[in-house]
Design a protein around this ligand. Structure first.
Ligand code: GLU
Length: 559
């Protein structure tokens, strides 16, 4: 077979050589050790939690080494593409602080465009580049066409899908496939010419020289040392519409774009043999690979399951709706990514997570467990360290979108709102009431709206409660310092036969009708409507005299 002639027949319009292309993609000028990583999503839907995970790794590895992190859109499957998915993806990632140095970006007109000199960054626009390398492989005798006549194509389209599945009897199928493959390899120039003259489409297949009995050693940066059986499958490089498969496109792109580390899901591990072959055939140096285990979750019975697309917590857009701050989600991802992150964070509470020396070696190779309880814990910690101003701004922005009436209340007097969020903040042990912005209303909504009131526990009589509230109003002076204020409440307790001291009460509860804690609770429910609320003295200070008196009086009237 005259391979050069075959190459010209199949790709008559390709005039450039791989050298011409290489010249357009000069090696990157980066400091020693700098990593070049990419996120390479197919725009088929929303960003999945399991997508943000490897993305964070890529971003960290690139940026902590002074390298480059870029976005490549792998849109070679037009059938699966979802309109607007690529734009949505970029926006979501931006929301989580994932910034790309180059790649596909959203232009001023809201449409995707390229930034950087290693583009185009959408595979759908790189057709001519792939064809140059495809032609080269044919010329080297490492790839060949398999034609389909129009009749065959029609027949294939008409095949009943079920019959197709039935036909997948493993052994029969494999042997038959292998025979068909070996026959296809024998195609002659004459047959090619005839097919082309008839206008028959072809797929381009690699000519595999591997022996699966032989193993290639391969080191995956997460999975460790692997033994990969050589590939003996003539897999498809170009589909009949000339569009490359993932295998072929990623090899060409990662080579030209200078990727040093490929971080991808472990579902690609079985394809690794194909990729090793491709890089060898193309004469490219392979980047390093990290295959990330799937994120798991616990089901109702406590069994580990893959976090699937439909699971709660999978779609990153849900997090915004639920009111999770991006900073909290990122922090949570860091705790999942590196086992020593939490320890580091305790030692460096004020440093951003980007200061953490992220280490591939500290990653779990068996899959992380996604868990809302843990996310909430992390989130509470992160929010407890934010300033009151920051919390005010973020809660207000969230509420304006998802609970507009509450948003308006928060925004009306930002100083008032900030004073509320300042309660219990800043000390060594800050309050941890909020895991999400949606938690704000149940926590502090009473400042704006005391309508909802928890019931007093049944063991207390209305007379006692009333007497305590009336007694409090009799001596209430908002100018009192905290201690003076509390002394007055103690005096009220004594007056109604309640212990003013917890020790005394605990020593002999039967000697009292109740305790100072109960009297405080009577007041708390009257003022906040809640059995549990932040520090009551501060709450009264923020509400001011008139509102405090109004609320206590209103409770007295209702009792
Ligand atoms: N487009 C591929 C995917 O979405 C990318 C895999 C890779 O990062 O190489 O799975």
């Amino acid at each position: 077979m005259d391979h050069a002639r075959l190459a010209d027949l199949l790709f008559p319009n390709v005039t450039r050589t791989p050298e011409d292309i290489e010249a357009l993609y000069p090696p990157r000028q980066l400091p020693e050790g700098a990593k070049v990583t990419r996120f390479a999503p197919s725009p088929t839907g929303f960003v999945h939690f399991g997508g943000l995970f490897p993305t964070t790794i890529g971003e960290r590895l690139a940026h902590q080494s002074g390298g480059v992190f870029y976005l490549r859109i792998e849109d070679t499957d037009a059938k699966r593409e979802v309109e607007g998915a690529a734009e949505g993806l970029i926006r979501t990632l931006e929301h989580y602080g994932i910034h790309f140095d180059e790649g596909a970006v959203i232009g001023e007109d809201g449409k995707i465009c390229d930034r950087g000199i290693y583009g185009p960054y959408r595979q759908s626009q790189r057709g001519p580049i792939y064809h140059v390398y495809a032609k080269q492989l044919v010329a080297l005798g490492k790839a060949y066409p398999v034609f389909t006549t129009k009749e065959e194509l029609e027949a294939m389209n008409a095949v009943d899908k079920k019959a197709e599945i039935k036909a997948k009897d493993w052994h029969e199928d494999q042997t038959a496939q292998r025979e068909a493959m070996l026959r296809a390899r024998e195609i002659t120039i004459e047959e090619v010419e005839k097919n082309l003259a008839e206008g028959n489409p072809f797929v381009l297949r690699i000519l595999a020289d591997g022996d699966p009995e032989k193993k290639v050693p391969f080191t995956d940066l997460i999975k460790g040392k692997l033994e990969i059986p050589e590939n003996d499958e003539d897999f498809v490089l170009l589909k009949s519409d000339g569009i490359p498969t993932y295998h072929f496109a990623h090899a060409v792109d990662d080579h030209l774009m200078g990727t040093t580390h490929v971080i991808r899901g472990e579902e690609w591990l079985p394809s690794l043999a194909k990729h090793i072959m491709l890089f060898r055939y193309l004469g490219f140096r392979m980047p390093k690979y990290m295959h990330i285990a799937q994120i798991m979750r616990l089901d109702e019975n406590g069994n580990k399951k893959k976090l699937s697309k439909r699971d709660m917590g999978a779609n990153m857009d849900d997090y915004s709706r639920m009111g999770y701050a991006p900073a909290c989600v990122c922090e949570y991802i860091m705790t999942l990514l590196n086992s020593n992150y939490e320890e580091w964070h305790m030692q460096n509470p004020d440093k951003p997570y980007t200061d953490f020396p992220f280490n591939i070696k500290k990653m779990s190779n068996s899959g992380c467990l996604f868990d809302f309880d843990k996310l909430n814990d992390v989130s509470k910690n992160v929010i407890s360290r934010m300033s009151a101003e920051e919390v005010t701004a973020l809660v207000t922005a969230w509420a304006k979108e998802y609970d507009p009436a509450f948003g308006e209340q928060l925004a009306k007097d930002p100083a008032f709102t900030t004073a509320i969020f300042a309660i219990g903040r800043g000390g060594k042990k800050p309050r941890k009431d909020l895991a999400t912005w949606a938690d704000a209303k149940p926590y502090m909504g009473f400042f704006f709206d005391p309508a909802q009131t928890d019931a007093y526990p049944e063991q207390f009589s209305s007379e006692d409660i009333k007497a305590a509230l009336v007694g409090f109003l009799g001596g209430y002076d908002p100018a009192d310092e905290m201690n003076a204020w509390f002394d007055k409440i103690k005096a009220v307790a004594r007056e109604i036969g309640y212990a003013d001291d917890m020790k005394a009460y605990k020593a002999d509860p039967s000697a009292f009708r109740g305790s100072i804690a109960d009297v405080s609770m009577f007041l708390r429910v009257a003022v906040t409507g809640k059995l549990n609320a932040p520090d009551l003295y501060t709450v009264m200070q923020i509400l001011g005299k008139d509102e405090t008196v109004r609320r206590v009086q209103s409770m007295i009237d209702r009792l």
